[in-house]
Design a protein around this ligand. Structure first.
Ligand code: TYD
Ligand code: MG
Length: 451
């Protein structure tokens, strides 16, 4: 009797096991094994002598023609073009990842509609039916375009063949996790399907010169679902982040072979789809009420300065351990800052619940947020306000010292533009009367928190 042999494959690192185990020995992840039918290649691998290769066809660097001359496709969103390094390069493969419902399909349909003014676009979806996509296209005003072709398919081979036909300048595939190759028996979304399907698609893209955008899912921790190798295979990795309900949505490049990864595009979702936010600082501060616990931080998003309101709420703990929560800020960092505040100033926070909110659904990833967070907590704890015209930035060290941060000039320029009159910042940030420099946390709190 022939039993079809099954293997258990780790979805994180692709290690294989003959039996199911709870934890992958290779990468240490829990519960990542999936049962798959083993495909035997029929051929056993024989160590070869190494004499069978042929001479490579080499070119001198000077003689290689650069593709840079090739005109990049514009996406219709100027800031998104900048994130991509000046538009979408023909033949490139872009992976865009984000939480469900954040707006990946919406964004790509809008980009498709824009590109379709001049060039043919293929939109292949394995997630939605033609009529669902049509409904969305109607909302976005993209339904009339003759140049967007739609296909509902989950076959990587079929899509690759269609790409190779050469009829399209831009191909959107929604999503890589739904694609499958017939010869592989495992389910769509598994490591082997994702790796092999994307290889087939990428080869087709390079052959035909079509730019391909792959939609990727993320895991609940926020990293791109599937093998890490997927990120290595593609040319550009974009991340669409933000709050799912309302708030800003930010596109950042985590990897870009044709441009820098310092740019960011900020979007807002409304009835007509996503639109660029031209002046995000003003929008973020529009509803600000200066109460205690509210501090304006001058942060940097990509290369762009941004003013964000940080809010803190400090309440007495009613029962048990004090509670600390942060939305838009790293909780470990918050706990560290609270420890610094307790040790280096005279604030007693050990019996206080502390809540931090970054307004606008932004996720701060900027060391310079430290000082603003500390001042917001102190302001809330002591019921003292910070003056209306002040913005804050600076890193806080464990000794309570304020450390310098990058791009101080740009932060200050943005604050001036929005009518602020002072910046509390680290020493030596700039020779500038606008900046009131502070060297340690304690003096910052004493000098700038007023009754
Ligand atoms: P979607 O683009 O399908 O997200 P994803 O592909 O990343 O899973 O949808 C994002 C959300 O945006 C959806 O919940 C509905 C909303 N939306 C609008 O608010 N306005 C619009 O015009 C459209 C098309 C969607
Ligand atoms: Mg979608």
């Amino acid at each position: 009797m022939v039993r079809s042999k099954t293997l258990f494959v780790c979805q994180n690192c692709a290690a294989t096991y003959p039996k199911w185990v709870g934890r992958c020995d290779n990468c240490g992840e829990w519960n990542t094994l999936v049962e798959q039918v083993a495909v035997s290649s029929g051929k056993s691998v024989v160590a070869r002598s190494g004499n069978s290769g042929k001479l490579l066809d080499v070119q001198t660097m000077r003689s290689i023609s650069s593709r840079e001359g090739a005109t990049r496709l514009q996406t219709g969103f100027s800031d998104l073009d900048e994130v991509l390094g000046g538009g979408v390069l023909p033949g490139s493969v872009i992976l865009i990842a984000g939480q469900p419902g954040i707006g990946k399909s919406t964004l790509l349909l809008q980009v498709s509609a824009y590109v379709a003014h001049n060039d043919a676009v293929l939109y292949a979806s394995g997630e939605e039916s033609a009529s669902q996509v049509k409904l969305r296209a109607i909302r976005l005003g993209a339904e009339k375009s003759e140049q967007i072709s739609f296909a509902s398919s989950t076959s990587a081979d079929d899509i690759a063949a269609t790409i190779r036909s050469g009829g399209y300048k831009l191909v959107v595939i929604d999503s890589i996790q739904t694609l499958a190759l017939d010869e592989i028996t495992s389910a769509p979304g598994t490591v082997s399907q994702i790796t092999n399907s994307s290889n087939v698609i990428i080869r087709a893209a390079k052959q035909s010169g079509a730019a391909v955008v792959l939609v990727g899912h993320v895991t609940k921790e926020g990293s791109i679902a599937g093998p890490k190798v997927l990120e290595h295979l593609v040319d550009v990795v974009l991340q669409l982040e933000g709050d799912r309900y309302g708030g800003f949505k930010i596109v950042r490049a985590a990897k870009n072979r044709f441009g820098s990864t310092n740019e960011a595009a900020i979007f807002e979702m409304n009835e007509g789809g996503l639109s660029l936010v031209k002046n995000p600082s003003a929008a973020l501060l529009a509803e600000r009420q200066n109460t205690d616990g509210s501090v304006v931080l001058a942060t940097i998003e990509g290369t762009r300065p941004l003013l964000v309101e940080i809010q803190a709420l400090v309440n007495p703990t009613n029962f048990g351990y004090p509670k600390r929560t942060a939305s838009g800020f790293d909780l470990n960092r918050l706990n560290l800052l609270i420890a610094v505040l307790e040790r280096r100033t005279k604030l007693n926070l050990s019996d206080k619940d502390i809540y931090i909110n970054v307004v606008g659904g932004l996720k701060l990833n900027d060391q310079a947020a430290d000082l603003a967070i500390c001042m917001a907590i102190a302001s809330a704890a002591a019921s003292r306000r910070i003056d209306d015209g002040i913005v804050v930035f600076g890193e806080v060290g464990l000794g309570g010292e304020i450390r310098s941060v990058q791009s101080a000039d740009r932060r200050v320029a943005e604050a001036k533009k929005l009518g602020f009159t002072q910046a509390i910042a680290p020493k030596g940030a700039a020779k500038n009367t606008f900046i009131k420099d502070v060297s340690d946390l304690r003096t910052a709190l004493i000098d700038y928190l007023q009754k």
